[in-house]
Design a protein around this ligand. Sequence first.
Ligand SMILES: NC(=O)c1ccc[n+]([C@@H]2O[C@H](COP(=O)([O-])OP(=O)(O)OC[C@H]3O[C@@H](n4cnc5c(N)ncnc54)[C@H](O)[C@@H]3O)[C@@H](O)[C@H]2O)c1
Length: 401
Amino acid sequence: MLSYLLEKRSVELPYRAPGSPGNSRQNFLSGKPIRYYRPRGSQDVRHLIEEGFQAFNAARLGEACRIFTDKMLLPEHDTTIALTIAGAMTPAGLGGCVVELMERGIVDFVISTGANLYHDLHYALNFTLHRGSPFVNDVELYEEGVIRIYDVLFPATVLLETDAYIRDFLVRSGMNDPVSTAEFHYALGRDLMEQHPGCEAYSVVAAAAAAGVPIYTSSPGDSSIGMNIAYHELMNDSRLMIDPNKDVNEVCAFILAGKKNGCVILGGGSPKNFYLQGQPTLWEVYGIPKGGNDYFIQITTDQVVWGGLSGATPAEAVSWGKVNAGVLPDTVVAYVDSTIAFPLFCEYTIASQHARRERKELVHKRDQLVAALRAEAKIAKREHPAPSETLDTMPDLERHR
Ligand SMILES: NC(=O)c1ccc[n+]([C@@H]2O[C@H](COP(=O)([O-])OP(=O)(O)OC[C@H]3O[C@@H](n4cnc5c(N)ncnc54)[C@H](O)[C@@H]3O)[C@@H](O)[C@H]2O)c1
């Protein structure tokens, strides 16, 4: 803590002009602080969704709520539930919804963009992000040392001080080997709780460590967390490195172990695919016929017509074996801004009958479940050798390869 506070003095942003004629920094940062919103379970929101959301995407959101509460959370289904997060959700204050779902055991693992995890650290470290306007002059913001994520505004020093904390943590942790992102984020979350007791109430990364929820990120280099890990290697000769193979196998192992599997996808992006590729990894790569997802809920602004994965529908995912062909009624896409839909979804869920269950604490079961995956994959390989290995033993075909 101390060292990054001390580093603060070198955080004067010398490369920026001192002040601008228009708005002052104080003006830009005068909006109310953004706080993590914790849903409490509102019967009024349930009533609104049941009675008022009757058509179009309102109705799709209602469907999503019912699939989650009436099917995915049914105790006898014991669904392993993943939440994938893209889009700037933690800067918008929605980390509190994620914290609430994890604490209640109704999200078993998370796959997020690195940006959401990095920006979550500001809350853990007690820095303030402010409500603002998207209609501001960015040149003035730049000169005043203010960062903008649409209408969320905060001082650039918040970035530098958060980075300094990450670098201190990396040294303190002593991690010096390849790790999965789940292991990395677990260590980070534990450190946050040690350095800032109680922060698990307002930090996704800390709350996940407290609740035993593994957090993965599908592109670890694509955030300031990844940038500081790169610094640690270059400047401290560290051998700490994020091993994406571990992430792929751990996620795959959770899905293999799941009695039923389902996901809530916020936005699209690489977290969506990183989760959905679990089933193809099982059948296509390991030869384990687990079948696809049983439940698929997506809340997004991404469109199907552009052909991207972010907007791909559950029906398209069937062709890849990502979603079970027979379960399309248990899949839904609501085309809504997740900053509106997700808090409503959470209020509805928490006011429902099965809104708390025993936590799976998968972060502590990673090794055991990966061992089970390896054992099953070896059996599958013995029983059904992969086509390429069969080709090696077939000289006639070999010539044509
Ligand atoms: N400092 C960092 O580490 C860092 C790194 C990358 C991005 N960022 C910041 O974080 C923000 C988030 O970036 P990101 O990488 O998480 O992903 P992103 O914002 O690029 O979004 C990815 C996906 O989510 C969808 N999406 C975005 N907003 C949505 C919304 N409100 N409702 C529904 N769907 C939505 C998009 O259509 C897309 O499919 C960026 O705007 C950027 O300012 C920071």
